[in-house]
Design a binder for this molecule. Structure first.
Ligand code: ADP
Ligand code: MG
Length: 683
């Protein structure tokens, strides 16, 4: 199979340089890639309908007999029509073809064919324009439909695939080892490829699909597990003692069971007794589930064990907030915390770096300034990255390179459906914080049309009069307008119309981080009743006294983002409210807003989001750093994924490098899949 990927497309009959270029647009560069370019759908020509019952405007297959030889009409220069009438014995159907001089020879009077196309015309005068057809005596096909590009139709792709099969030797090498195929009743690659492109029948198609999905997921899991074991090949030099009981006593609250469990799991990884490898763990927890305390507990045990820790946050605001929370948690321990952010003066940065290297700082908190070269630790044993989806895989590992194989914890606030987590974080162990701190209530959420905005703002005012604070997420930028201008305009407008007597803080992406922080600090200190912001407040920020959030143009955000935004309120014990303002009518937007009103469970929202948007868009373009999957669907193929994971573990336990002859094909596939990731951004 691998060698087919070196075979140029132009070796195929009917594919010249020009067409090869068009194929390239579809990402198909070789004969092998063509065979791996699976159809996105199928037309089933065997589902015949009668002419009378064929639904208007829809594509269908009709078996009918030609009543007369097609006639030829030149309507203008370069345009010739061929018309004929066919019948199924009950009703007639008029057919029209354009510029196809072969039609009169292909459609013979008195012969029966199956026509496949869209029905138009009126109830009594039905028509089809340029239908595809085949002789009724031929086995009726299930036709593949490919993703096409201008100048390259699905039909042409299908014929290139047919030619590729002609080149394919009878016996091709299957990357799936025979014992695996036998054990899990999977068909051979040759059968799978033939039937994914030109299915013999629906059962063959499903056998082929199952095998190809399995293969793809297996290759993915092999690659991810190999990545994981690369991290683990080094033996950890940092055995950490569990001091968590001591830490919990420092807190002003009692930890939840989920927090305790996550901390125990991480400390078990780090103690060095159960596995000799550094920890590599993901803590997944919805907004407000208390991830910061988990991070603090682990840093505490690491520092008590005589080592250094680092915590990396995606924004300055968050880094500072972590610094403040951890400082307060660890206040009575005498542990020394340092803060390092991009906006600090060079001399301040230098001072921090020197202290760090000397070991005068136990815990360094910061933004990605932490991964710059000048930052050197004395004895770094634990790296924690918060809100991981904002960092790429590569950034993650470059922080790990700083220490002598430190333990690594990733914290994600984006609840991810289990399937997706298994895929993306196949290289990590996972702890889930599935419990909220006591006293938390659901955030009451309402969707309202913009004409009810005055009432919403009255509601805001009532809360402000009681001493609470509110967020307003302002409308997204109009085209051509800067984000600053739109926030300013909007703020001025609501001040004039609704809140002339109140001070309104403003936060937007164009502000310098110093300015942002000044505003955030005033808001956190209770000095601003209202904060108007773009989505920069999205991550992590914690102001428990803010209890109402209004989101303008709510339809413009994805579900997960709405959920993240909403998570800024409901962080204290007071009942909080989120008001979504939107005039959107389209069904998808309405579904999204309705979902928000129905549930506050981040995992449920994530599932719904995945269903609505599909995995590709789940985090935005390729931010998840996963290779593109051709056939497996993360929302649907959970069972196969589990199977693939089991098999991947079995295979690797026997042959970690995939160097045995039986595994060479798999090794090639893994390399190919992950090469593509290297190119387009496993960053
Ligand atoms: P997130 O998981 O979103 O990062 P945080 O760590 O910011 O959540 O915690 C949210 C709030 O809940 C903070 O004010 C924190 O002090 C508080 N908190 C965390 N754990 C508990 C707990 N077990 N009991 C009560 N409050 C808690
Ligand atoms: Mg957080």
């Amino acid at each position: 199979m691998a060698s087919l990927f070196q075979l140029d497309l132009t070796t195929l009959k009917g594919v010249g340089e020009k067409r090869a270029k068009l194929f390239q647009k579809l990402g198909v560069q070789s004969v092998g890639a063509l065979l791996r370019n699976y159809p996105r759908a199928y037309e089933d020509w065997r589902q015949l309908s009668s002419i009378a019952c064929a639904p208007m405007g829809e594509v269908c297959a009709i078996k009918a007999t030609v009543l007369h030889r097609p006639t030829e009409t030149r309507i203008r220069k370069g345009m010739t029509l061929y018309k004929t009438t066919v019948t199924d014995g009950e009703q007639d159907l008029k057919l029209t073809f354009f510029n196809n001089p072969y039609i009169p020879n292909l459609l013979l009077e008195g012969e029966t064919y199956v026509f496949y196309g869209k029905i138009s015309g009126s109830f009594l005068h039905r028509e089809m324009t340029s239908p595809e057809f085949c002789r009724q005596s031929d086995a009726l096909p299930i036709q593949p439909i490919y993703r096409q590009t201008e100048g390259l139709s699905s039909r042409q792709i299908s014929s290139a695939v047919k030619n590729a099969f002609a080149l394919l030797p009878e016996i091709i090498h299957d990357p799936l080892p025979e014992p695996v195929r036998k054990a899990y009743a999977l068909c051979h690659l040759r059968y799978a490829l033939e039937n994914i492109h030109f299915p013999k029948d629906l059962q063959a198609l499903s056998i082929a699909r199952h095998r190809l999905i399995f293969e793809e997921l297996l290759v993915l899991q092999l690659g991810l597990l190999q990545l994981k074991s690369q991290g683990k090949q080094s033996v950890s030099h940092h055995p950490i003692t569990d001091y968590s009981e001591e830490f919990w006593k420092l807190l002003p609250f009692t930890p939840t069971n989920a927090q305790r469990r996550a901390v125990k799991e991480a400390l078990r990884d780090m103690c060095g007794k159960e596995t000799p490898y550094p920890m590599n763990r993901l803590v997944q927890g919805d907004v407000g589930s208390g991830k910061t305390a988990v991070a603090a507990a682990l840093c505490h045990s690491v520092i008590r064990s005589g080592k250094q820790a680092a915590l990396m946050a995606p924004t300055e605001i968050l880094a500072k907030q972590h610094f403040a929370s951890l400082s307060s948690f660890l206040e009575r321990t005498g542990m020394r915390l340092g803060l390092l952010t991009g906006s600090m003066t060079p001399s301040k940065k230098r001072a921090v770096c020197t202290a760090l290297q000397k070991g005068d700082i136990d815990l360094l908190i910061g933004t990605h300034a932490l991964i710059s070269d000048s930052v050197q630790f004395r004895d770094l044993a634990l790296v924690i990255t918060d809100e991981q989806h904002r960092f790429g895989v590569r950034q993650r590992s470059s922080l790990s390179e700083k220490g002598n194989d430190p333990h690594h914890l990733v914290m994600s606030a984006t609840p991810i459906p289990r399937t997706l987590a298994l895929m993306i974080y196949g290289d990590l162990d996972i702890s889930v914080l599935d419990e909220r701190p006591p006293g938390r209530q659901d955030i009451a959420t309402y969707a309202i049309p913009s004409k009810k905005r005055p009432r919403a703002f009255q509601f805001l005012r009532k809360h402000i009069e009681q001493g609470y604070q509110c967020y307003i997420i302002c409308p997204l930028i109009e085209e051509g307008q800067s984000d600053m201008a739109s926030v300013m305009d909007y703020t001025e407008w609501i001040k004039r119309e609704f809140f002339p007597d109140l001070e309104i803080g403003v936060l937007h992406g164009r502000m310098k981080s110093k300015e942002k922080e000044a505003v955030m600090e005033r808001f956190a200190g209770g000095k601003l009743p209202i904060l108007v912001s773009t989505t920069v407040v999205e991550v992590g920020v914690d102001v428990p006294n803010a209890v109402v959030m209004v989101i303008e143009n709510a339809e413009r955000y994805g579900l997960s983002q709405l959920h993240q935004l909403r998570g800024r309120v409901g962080r204290g014990s007071v009942k909080s409210t989120c008001i979504l303002i939107s005039d959107a009518q389209n069904e998808e937007a309405v579904t999204r807003l309705r979902t928000m009103c129905q549930t506050c469970d981040g995992f449920q929202i994530a599932e719904a989001d995945l269903r609505l948007r599909g995995p590709g868009d789940f985090f935005g373009t390729n931010q998840h750093g996963l290779p593109d999957l051709k056939i497996a669907n993360m929302a649907d193929d959970l069972e196969t994924l589990r199977l693939a994971q089991t098999v991947a573990r079995e295979v690797l336990s026997e042959d970690p490098e995939l160097s045995q002859p039986a595994h060479r094909g798999l090794r090639g596939e893994v390399r190919m899949l992950f090469q593509q990731v290297g190119k387009n951004g496993m960053n």
